[in-house]
Design a protein around this ligand. Structure first.
Ligand code: PAP
Length: 346
């Protein structure tokens, strides 16, 4: 039994005591903990089988207790740094394409993170019972919370989930780099070093990790119920964005018409949501998101295979072994290099 499994057993014993009947702080303090990546002065707690950063655990509990999904909701799920910003922009542009042309699209003046807020990082962080009255259907909302720990009503209603996954090598590097960016939070401690972060990632103790259980929760549900969960991969979107946009629009019940295809609307939206275009829009160049994070820190490189600049061959071997062991038999595979993700040349 590895460390994560034994913690899972310990934590599930604790979770059987209903957190609602206890003081939340006391409940949180009773959970297993490790140092948080971004702020080594604070912790991540092991809840429902996942490591949740201290400052998001209260919001996760409120989300699970209070959120009532509607059948028309669209929920975007990602492990952190898997391309969330890109997915938010794409889905927002696709579902609103009949309401405004791209030059009038609100994405020109507001961040994808403002237009498609996170449950735990925005809405339930601000209030235990956020006001959803300003959202008109379909409500588009996002989360890093794993499938296994979502609010029950997301699983029981007919709302749809789009999950975007990224190869663990680039995900790790993007996550580690992001966690070393100085934020304007005066309480921030020392950020974590590369080796220590990598070791924790491989053991499963990364924010919202283990990454493999995060991926597998949505992956298995997408196989079991493809009308409920659409599972996309970052590298495939880089390779064939048009194909994935068509799948996305069909899944969301707003397929592109022949007329739209002829007019090149799919290409227009993909260009608009491309890394280079989004990065250069005003709301993504300046200001802060989620209180402390520079908006431009969500646009670092946007490449497949940048991990080779950070990980040694032995780290590569180790992560490959973790993936082999944890994703074995699941059918979930990744393209972790630019060559693999590039379209084949004729
Ligand atoms: P989040 O999960 O914290 O919201 P997320 O958007 O997933 O963040 O992470 C940012 C990553 O997506 C960055 O990857 P990198 O560190 O490897 O560069 C960022 O560059 C990438 N990204 C942001 N926008 C796009 C886009 N339009 N196309 C492709 N990649 C993008």
């Amino acid at each position: 039994m590895d460390n994560t499994e034994s913690l899972q057993i310990q934590a599930s014993r604790k979770e059987k005591q209903d957190p609602e009947n206890q003081d939340t702080e006391k409940f949180i303090e009773s959970l297993p903990k490790v140092k948080a990546w971004q702020n080594m002065n604070r912790n991540m707690y092991f809840y429902q089988g996942f490591w949740i950063p201290q400052w998001y655990l209260g919001p996760v509990l409120s989300f699970r207790e209070h959120f009532q999904a509607c059948d028309t909701d669209i929920i975007l799920g990602t492990y952190p740094k898997s391309g969330t910003t890109w997915l938010k922009a794409l889905v927002y542009a696709v579902i609103n394409r009949k309401s405004f042309n791209l030059d009038k699209n609100p994405l020109n003046s507001a961040s994808p993170h403002t237009l498609v807020p996170f449950f735990e990082l925005n809405l339930y962080l601000q209030s235990k019972t956020p006001d959803f009255s300003s959202f008109s259907p379909p409500r588009c909302l996002a989360t890093h919370v794993p499938y296994q720990a979502l609010a029950e009503s997301i699983r029981t209603t007919s709302c749809r989930i789009v999950y975007l996954c990224r190869n663990p090598f680039d995900t790790f590097v993007s996550l580690w780099k992001f966690n070393t960016i100085p934020t304007s939070n005066p309480k921030d401690g020392e950020p974590i070093g590369l080796e220590e972060a990598f070791d924790m990632f491989c053991h499963g103790s990364s924010p919202f990790g283990p990454f493999w259980d995060h991926f597998l929760g949505f992956w298995k549900e997408s196989l079991r119920n493809p009308n409920k969960v659409l599972f996309l991969k970052y590298e495939d979107m880089k390779r064939d964005i048009k194909g994935d946009m068509k799948r996305l629009a069909e899944f969301l019940g707003c397929p592109f018409s022949e007329e739209e295809e002829k007019e090149g609307i799919i290409e227009e939206i993909s260009r608009f949501c491309s890394f280079d275009n989004l990065r250069d829009l005003q709301p993504n160049k300046s200001g802060k998101l989620m209180k402390y994070y520079p908006a431009n820190s969500f646009f670092r490189k946007g490449e497949v295979g940048d991990w080779v600049n950070y990980l040694t061959p032995s780290m590569e071997d180790r992560l490959n072994k973790v993936m082999e062991e944890k994703l074995e038999d699941s059918g979930l595979t990744f393209k972790a290099s630019l060559q693999e993700a590039e379209p084949a040349s004729c």
